[in-house]
Design a binder for this molecule. Sequence first.
Ligand SMILES: *Cc1c(COP(=O)(O)O)cnc(C)c1O
Length: 360
Amino acid sequence: MTRVYNFSAGPAAMPIAVLERIRADIPDWNGTGMTVMEVSHRGKAFMETAAKAGQDVRDLLGINDDYSVLFIQGGATMQFSMAPLNLAAVGQTVDYVQTGSWSIKAVAEARRYCRVNIAADSADRKFTYIPPASEWQLDPDAAYVHYTPNETIDGVEFHFIPQTAGVPLVADMSSTILSRPVDVSRFGIIYAGAQKNIGPAGLTLVIIRKDLLEPARPDIPSLLAYRIYAESDSMTNTPPTFAWYVAGLVFEHLKNEGGLESVGRRNQRKASKLYAAIDDSQFYSNPVQPDCRSWMNVPFVLADPALDSRFLAGAGQAGLTNLKGHRSVGGMRASIYNATSEAAVDALIQYMREFERRNG
Ligand SMILES: *Cc1c(COP(=O)(O)O)cnc(C)c1O
């Protein structure tokens, strides 16, 4: 078996223990003589699997009964529409904090339905920092405040939870969910596409405070209404059963690893050593203000961009894949989500030093 060290931004690396479990469950899942993708979502076997996944993610994140946990399709991008359509009445203002490529997309979608107030924006320094909360211009009458705790493309991350004076806080946690403990009670809605830190693409986790379930616009399509999912245990129509099952295996795996405290410590260690390697060199650099650097996505550039393709080719030969930076940013990006091991980060650092020695 050959497994590479995968630094993909998404869909991203999966834990090997989970992949082996999936393989063991094919073609006979739990003695059913079928795989999980061949059974009814309303049958007992799948219902139990689905419910256990929901309970495990509640346990991991410490989610209490004030919240519904929903499993939805459409990706995080569909949440860019669902949040405004469910939370804001026609003509109502919504606050957005614009800190990079994904929040820009969220803003563009919200503008289709709402008056968007950009409460803070870090475009002036190319999205390399988080504007200090003291400078935000929040609208006290906003339906909600939306922000992107981790900007996957720009590699900036909030290391604080914004205060919103009672206005519901909505967070796109696609690329940071389950990377460490988080106080869910501070949020109105947390949403995350699965393909970074949860499981296969096709599934979106939504954690929503129950008082926000009633849509502010009664005429939205039912499949875009949070309430419909909450009332049907996310089985309004056929859910992405295989992705849900795999997400459940990942939740179980994280519990076995000691939960989010220990996962978070490991993630912090991985990020610190990679940033230290970048900062200690004259050859690599990361543009992000140090106190806003992401634990999950680490962009960096080489002193001479003409060496980029040689760097990537050598990395590939060393079994280090998907390091090319996003086309909008250039350079490199190492995504080091939960399933990218410390050994992978060590191997990357070793390769970077070696490459610098030969080419720097
Ligand atoms: C990947 C990503 C998205 C888009 O997710 P889709 O599932 O492709 O819609 C949105 N926001 C953030 C922060 C992401 O990392």
